[in-house]
Design a protein around this ligand. Structure first.
Ligand code: ATP
Length: 242
């Protein structure tokens, strides 16, 4: 078991975003998390990665409780994530973004021009894996949105995560880059990394995920193979709102 939540809950004012979610992520698999708009998927990610604190419930990673941990400590424990709207530093170069990702507190060091050769090598390795090594010296803001997503993904791997949470990796990305992202995720998974992917593009979910959890109103309503959940009447009901 990689990640498990037990009775996780979070409300914002009167809105219950996550409502007693007990979820188990399969180790070594590409897990999908789907559900209609507003069903609590991003809030679930934010709870798991320590960005917000739950009102109730627990988060366990590799059997250890990480509920009250800071985002930095959680990332350091091997849990990496991307954001729905890509988070990079637009005025830094691609390589600088990679080096800053290693440890945010080293920003001053980086700006002072001091670079660790081993880290630069590792950064280049990951940029190469994502197919954007030729953009090393470009300012991140000059990259296409899809390339920025690849950069964000590359930066996560500077932290050597075991579990990677992707929030809409295909969102706003052109079809050619979507294919590349899907292939990359599959390859990285074959190398032993576990994934949890929130994605609205059903072709991507069905073509990429081994196991899918469906959220509705802040909690899972069913799970299984992509084929099983696709034909489950509860899922159709949740999406159609009937
Ligand atoms: N910071 C916040 N303040 C108030 N309400 C919030 C906040 N964050 C989320 N919500 C509400 O919580 C509910 C769940 O939102 P969340 O973004 O987690 O859903 P989602 O499944 O990720 O949606 P989408 O698929 O549209 O990204 C929604 O009703 C949303 O409006």
């Amino acid at each position: 078991m990689s990640l498990r939540t037990e009775g996780l809950a979070k409300a914002f004012g009167g809105v219950t975003a996550v409502d007693g979610a007990t979820v188990e992520i399969r180790e070594g698999a590409i897990n999908g998390l789907i559900g209609p708009n507003g069903s609590g998927k991003t809030t679930f990610f934010n709870l798991v990665t320590g960005l917000i604190r739950p009102d109730a419930g627990r988060v366990l990673y590799k059997g250890k409780e990480i509920t009250a941990w800071s985002p930095h400590r959680i990332a350091h424990a091997g849990l990496g994530r991307t954001f729905q709207l890509c988070r990079i530093f637009p005025r830094m170069t691609v390589l600088e973004n990679m080096l800053v990702a290693v440890r945010r507190t080293r920003l001053r060091e980086l700006l002072a021009g001091s670079r660790n050769a081993a880290e630069v090598e590792r950064a280049r390795h990951w940029l190469h894996r994502m197919g954007i090594e030729h953009l090393e010296h470009a300012e991140a803001r000059h990259l296409s949105y899809g390339q920025q997503k690849l950069l964000e993904l590359a930066a996560i791997f500077m932290g050597d995560p075991d579990l990677v949470l992707l929030d809409e990796p295909a969102g706003g990305v052109n079809p050619a880059l979507i294919d590349r992202i899907v292939t990359l995720v599959r390859d990285l998974n074959a190398e032993g990394r576990t994934f949890l992917v929130v994605e609205h593009n059903m072709d991507v979910v069905m073509g990429m995920c081994d196991h899918v959890v469906v959220f509705d109103r802040g909690a899972p309503i069913c799970e299984g193979t992509p084929e099983t959940v696709q034909s489950d009447p509860r899922v159709l009901e949740a999406y159609l709102g009937v």
